[in-house]
Write a protein that binds this ligand. Structure first.
Ligand code: ADP
Ligand code: TRP
Length: 327
């Protein structure tokens, strides 16, 4: 099974990204082939500061490796290191109805808010389709918000195949666990765009401070509390065993425990959960060349595979294929 997914480096990764996406990348990485990439070209539709994009891309690579992405099992690369993907985007663009893109939510939502969208945002799903089709991906682990884009991908692949012959494999979405709709510190869905995130690798003190900011109700310390309606408890669940959850739930229900104590429990559980990843991250941070080597080796593997599919697509639609350009 060929697995592929991409994640945008538009901010540092947070608990929602881990439980909702990255954790599954790691679980799936043992498959015959898995490709994971940092979607820096997609991020260009929101970040226009060069130094920031470069830094976030670097941090994303380190974070993914620290969290357990293993280059011996999966190919990790920067999207922009595989220029074949933008070439394929153009071929697919000529197969794309405007009306199909007008229905896509990233563009539609922005327009509905009265904001002006650029052509990059409008055609974002075509680049995503190229990401997927270029490597003959079979399974694409994504959050439910991305299913529409997989449908666009299938639609474009079908159109191309019926016009020019079977070139592209039709991918299936692998929808990531819904249980992982991780709440942010305000109780809404954790998201960079809502400014309510808890970043995975915050320094210990900052992490504690952020956890202490999680919104709770004003039930006095001595009164019983309902764990089921409390974001602190919802988050604690992600990091703990059923026994630990039961123990903390009992303290909620008994009364006499303030939310501060529950937050301290959450802080300790999260520190323990990510302890190994933090250690690995510190090691990787000290070896920037290793990280860069991993990304470049990943790009070489991805390009090799990508070029085969691109050449087939070019040939199929009547374009010339240049003999093996240097990588
Ligand atoms: P953000 O909303 O912070 O911008 P992204 O849209 O870049 O995050 O999400 C990257 C991946 O992380 C997606 O696959 C998405 O499904 C997952 N994800 C993001 N936030 C959450 C969350 N709060 N709960 C579960 N999964 C999430
Ligand atoms: N658009 C995806 C997101 O915002 C990121 C992405 C880009 C992606 N290309 C992809 C995901 C290809 C899966 C496959 O989450």
């Amino acid at each position: 099974m060929r697995v592929l997914s991409g994640i945008q480096p538009t901010g540092r990764f947070h608990w929602g990204n881990w439980f909702g996406a990255v954790r599954q990348y790691i679980t799936l990485q043992g498959n015959e082939q898995s490709y994971y990439f940092i979607a820096d070209l997609h991020a260009l539709t929101t970040i226009h500061e060069a130094a920031r994009l470069r830094e976030l891309t670097r941090e994303a690579a380190i974070d993914l490796l620290a969290l357990g992405l293993d280059p011996a099992q999966a190919t990790l690369f920067r999207q922009s290191d595989v220029p074949e993907v933008t070439e394929l985007t153009w071929l697919l663009m000529t197969m794309t109805q405007m009306s199909l893109l007008e229905k896509c939510h990233a563009y539609k939502d922005k327009k509905a808010k009265g904001l002006t969208a650029d052509a990059g945002l409008f055609t974002y799903p075509v680049l995503m389709a190229a990401d997927i089709l270029l490597y003959g991906s079979e399974v694409v682990p994504v959050g439910s918000d991305q299913i529409q884009h997989i449908e666009v991908t299938r639609d474009l692949a079908q159109r191309f195949n019926s016009q020019y012959g079977e070139v592209f494999h039709l991918p299936e979405p692998h929808v990531l666990e819904e249980t992982a709709r991780v709440p942010g510190i305000d109780g809404e869905k954790m998201s960079k765009s809502y400014g309510n995130v808890i970043e995975i690798f915050l320094p210990e003190k900052k992490l504690r401070k952020t956890i202490m900011k999680i919104k709770t109700d004003s039930t006095p310390v001595e009164e019983p509390k309902d764990p089921e309606t409390c974001s602190v408890f919802t988050l604690y669940r992600l990091f703990s065993t059923p026994e630990q959850q039961e123990a903390l739930a009992a303290r909620y229900r008994a009364g006499g425990m303030g939310y501060g104590e529950a937050k301290q429990e959450l802080f300790e559980a999260a520190m323990e959960y990510f302890a190994d990843a933090r250690t690995r991250r510190a090691e990787l941070e000290a070896r920037p060349d290793t990280v860069e080597d991993i990304l470049q080796a990943g790009a070489r593997t991805a390009r090799e595979r990508g070029r085969q599919v691109l050449n087939q697509a070019k040939q199929a639609c009547g374009l010339n294929v240049i003999a093996s350009p240097a990588t």
